[in-house]
Design a protein around this ligand. Sequence first.
Ligand code: GLA
Length: 371
Amino acid sequence: MVVKTPPMGWNSWNTFADRINEEIVRTMADVMVNEGYLDAGYNYLVIDDCWALRERGADGRMVPDPAKFPNGMKAVADYVHSKGLKFGMYSCVGNFTCGGFPGSFEYEFIDAATLAEWGVDFLKLDYCYKPGTEPGARLYRRMALALENCGREILLSACSWGAEETHRWIKSTGASMWRSTGDVFDTWSSVRDIYNIQKGIYEYNGAGCFNDMDMLVVGMYGKGHVGLDNGLTLDEYRTHFSMWAFFGSPLMMGSDIRGADDDIKSILLNKDVIAVDQDPAYRQPYNVNGADTWARHMANGDIVLAVFNVSDNDGGYFIPFCELGLGRVTGRGLRIRNLWTGEDLGVRKEQIAGGIKAHSTVLLRCEVVEL
Ligand code: GLA
């Protein structure tokens, strides 16, 4: 399956883990539609691990746990589709999933056919219990082939945590997104560490096969399966969301959006920031004048500037436009808008500088204008 922009949606793991069930899926589908998430672009509803019985059926097929999914998966998929959403499920390249349920190793074609029958549109394929003798690349290629030949469009979401230098081979497999790190937690250090890992691999992200920085923890406030303490501050949640959007990661919400407050909604539903993530060109970002200052050129000719202050101290930033290809010789400057405050910063001629609080982000969309 070919995707042009980073996939968006909601995934059950961060909040519900093994407590996922049909009722939650139906409620989440309603919330995604009624609260504006689908309109904002979040169109995949994905069930993560722990949906199946521990044993395959006599026919070799995976069996949904009847205590959690009493009407089977087709009924769930039908409901999700009836809301205008797409339906995602989860398996593993190994013999078992991370939760110890049946994995797809050597069942790839059977599982792809089963998913197609149920009406599944997305498969997250994890990496636990992978036989040591099998290279990951081969197993992702095999499942991609199975999906591409199952008679239904099913997006393959690889989840190999960056193992075996995933970034070097993943585009050869047919996956549309690939996890580049270990699991996210609802802590500042987890988000910061995932960001820092991107510094070594951001050149490998690209249209058609997007670097998945993991599910968003925005709005978890320390609750749910990957929640710890009180979670992040609002400023930190904004930084987290900005990082994922700036680097063009899939945006898969992971918090319990049934109870999202207005502050959290203003982050998850910020159309301008989502538009950065979803830019149709997906041009590679580049580093400007120092470690945590970045630029990305947009399809419409704008430039997005991002400054992430991951240190524990307040600081400052300085961006000379000559580093963006502009500068005095061009007779052009930038009309600048702050994407979090909405503030119009007017036209700047040769540079922009300012202060930035610890753990916060400055995200600016800049239009090239004649001076
Ligand atoms: C791994 C993945 C997570 C989640 C769990 C489920 O840890 O990286 O995203 O899918 O397995 O068990």
